[in-house]
Design a protein around this ligand. Structure first.
Ligand code: PLP
Length: 402
């Protein structure tokens, strides 16, 4: 949905974005327009049709004011965006954007610490369409330029990296990509536009899983793709239409509800995460805290330079741990659920060891002992940080008392 930029700071824009009176009427939120069919007055009107532009009723697949309002709100929160497309999940947004910009014979460069389903789609989906993927080390700026060939058409970035939280130099990588004639896409789910204005840092396309921070309540799945350029937006919109992509108006209403409180939730969970990360950095059971928001942690300098905020998601590496200890720690947690996803109101934890999901780099990286390679990813929710600290403390006791 194409739209004009909003006014005010993040919280003000999150409250007001997308609430056009023509869509909401005299109530605060746009109604849920649950419908496939739009009725026309006459057969002549049907024949004439509606222009294939945003904001016109045509048929359910092109959305209704409920979805238009969400898309416009996301555009208003994304500095430099001219429009946003909605997809039924974050993964659908990633595959939709990649299939939209790449064609047979093209080469994609993907960061080696990408979200695992992004990695998986390179052989199960992109390769079937004749699109080749090469992985690069997100921290090797000098080596990056060497990965391009004349068929390289796009780069997929993600910062911080999934699980391992490395921060790459986004302005530098996108500058190189542009010089080489490739588009830069970023999976910006961690920071959201509130924490990283990705399009202003050189990216052409910013992708988000709305399932996380925007939904915010672990009850909806959705994804978005914001574009810097109207031509690119129109191109991706056409591809999404051809794929039959549509999100339900009920889900769009849930995402809109979440979006209104997102700035507050992100501020709270980021502050709690830093508090917990500080506490964890002093624990003897923890070898490394992978939290770029924490002063002194890997990636902190770049995070401070390029990011405007963070969130509640970070990782730790356990010291001298084996898989049994890693499991004992996670299983003993009481306030943290064990489960995928994050960005909800509740805290979550998952154990990880990413070595099989790396090809351009190795795990553990240099500077991390093999004995310290097992990690736990923590998603901090809206609970009191002190209660979460007590929970981690008792779980460490379970981990070490055998
Ligand atoms: C969860 C996640 C996705 C995928 O989102 P879904 O809505 O679950 O499909 C993509 N990227 C990152 C970084 C994620 O954490």
């Amino acid at each position: 949905m194409l739209s004009a930029p909003g006014k005010g700071g993040n919280a003000t824009r999150a409250v007001n974005a997308g609430r056009r009176e023509e869509w909401t009427g005299k109530v605060v939120n746009p109604p849920i327009w649950r419908g496939s069919t739009h009725l026309y007055e006459t057969s002549a009107e049907l024949k004439r049709g509606h222009p294939n532009e945003d904001g016109y009723f045509h048929y359910g697949r092109r959305g209704s004011p409920t979805q238009w309002s969400l898309a416009e709100a996301l555009t208003e929160l994304e500095p430099g965006a001219c429009g946003t497309l909605l997809y039924p999940s974050g993964v659908a947004a990633i595959s939709g954007a990649l299939l939209g910009v790449l064609k047979q014979g093209d080469v994609l460069l993907m960061t080696d610490n990408a979200y695992d389903p992004s990695r998986m789609m390179t052989h199960s989906l992109l390769s079937d369409f004749g699109i080749e993927t090469r992985f690069f080390d997100p921290l090797d700026l000098e080596g990056f330029a060497g990965h391009f060939c004349d068929r390289t058409k796009a780069v997929l970035l993600e910062a911080p990296g999934s699980l391992t939280m490395e921060i790459s130099d986004i302005p530098a990588l996108t500058t190189i990509a542009r010089e080489k004639g490739a588009l830069s896409l970023i999976d910006n789910t961690w920071a959201s536009p509130l924490g990283l204005p990705a399009l202003e840092r050189g990216c052409d396309i910013a992708i988000m899983s709305l399932t996380k921070h925007v939904g915010g309540h672990s009850d909806v799945m959705m994804g978005s793709v914001a574009c810097r350029d109207t031509q690119l937006y129109t191109h991706l919109r056409q591809k999404a239409q051809a794929l039959g992509i549509v999100v339900s108006p009920d889900d769009a209403a849930l995402a809109l509800r979440g979006l209104r409180t997102m700035p507050l939730r992100l501020k709270h969970t980021a502050a709690s995460a830093v508090k917990l990360a500080e506490w964890l950095s002093k624990r003897p059971e923890v070898a490394h805290v992978l939290c770029p928001m924490l002063p002194g942690a890997p990636g902190h300098d770049l995070w401070q330079r390029d990011f405007t905020g963070g969130c509640g998601l970070f990782s730790i590496l356990l010291k001298d741990a084996d898989i049994a200890m890693q499991s004992r720690f996670v299983d003993a947690l009481d306030l943290f659920g064990i489960g995928y996803s994050w960005g909800g109101f509740e805290s979550l934890a998952i154990p990880f060891e990413p070595s099989r999901a790396r090809s351009a780099t190795s795990w553990p990286p240099s500077g991390v002992r093999r004995e310290d390679r097992l990690g736990v990813r923590l998603a901090i929710g809206l609970e009191d940080a002190d209660d979460l600290i007590l929970d981690l403390e008792q779980a460490f006791r379970h981990m070490t008392n055998t």
